[in-house]
Design a protein. Sequence first.
Length: 260
Amino acid sequence: MRILIRGAGDIATGIALRLYRARFQVVMTDLSRPTAIRRTVCFSQAIVHGETTVEGVRAVFAEDCAAAEQIMAQGDIPVLADPQCDCRKALCPNALVDAILAKRNLGTALTDAPVVIGIGPGFTAGEDCHAVVETMRGHTLGRVIYEGSALPNTNIPGLIGGYAGERVLRAPDDGIFHAELEIGAQVKAGDVAGTVNGNPMCCTIDGVLRGLLADGTPVHKGMKSGDVDPRCKVEYCYSASDKALAVGGGVLEAILHLAR
């Protein structure tokens, strides 16, 4: 069974890991210049580096659908630079998962595949997809919704280690982001993680820099550009999060239920 995932960020990667390990054939798409924060656990980095490995699973950049077919035949996950997901027409997936996490639907339709699953807010089961998987941390995280929508976006990150919004680092200006640190760095409140037009983007809590935009990424003021984990576990920077795997479990359930 072939699953096409729109998006290859950290949540989409958690979904891909769950499905790949369940013996599904997985193919992914993303921007030609990915904007992932948690780059060490994002299959989108295959587009940047040609290939990448997360938790022992290898993803490889595919220039076109023919290359994607070859990569899947070799047992790896192909990632195409195809933000509009035009490849779905040639790849003919059994299920399509929209994991872009744009908080709104950017073009996915109920007719895109026999099974269509939307991730998080912006989708309504029965209208633009067959099921929605909840992404809000808490009691309903990873639950499958077959009628209705996910909880609305609050713009407040989930609580980790006692911190919520304080964990997120945001671009201080419009311009080009320049990284000053590397993912995995131990940081203190006040440390400069990056700059835009010479303006510093400072950490607001102590912890480990779990995510950071790639150097040279265009940003706008207030754009999420980094993530500090107060639990101070460097190893968490290199494995899929509990949230990503929970959402992946919901997707797996939905596919098995809907494809019966």
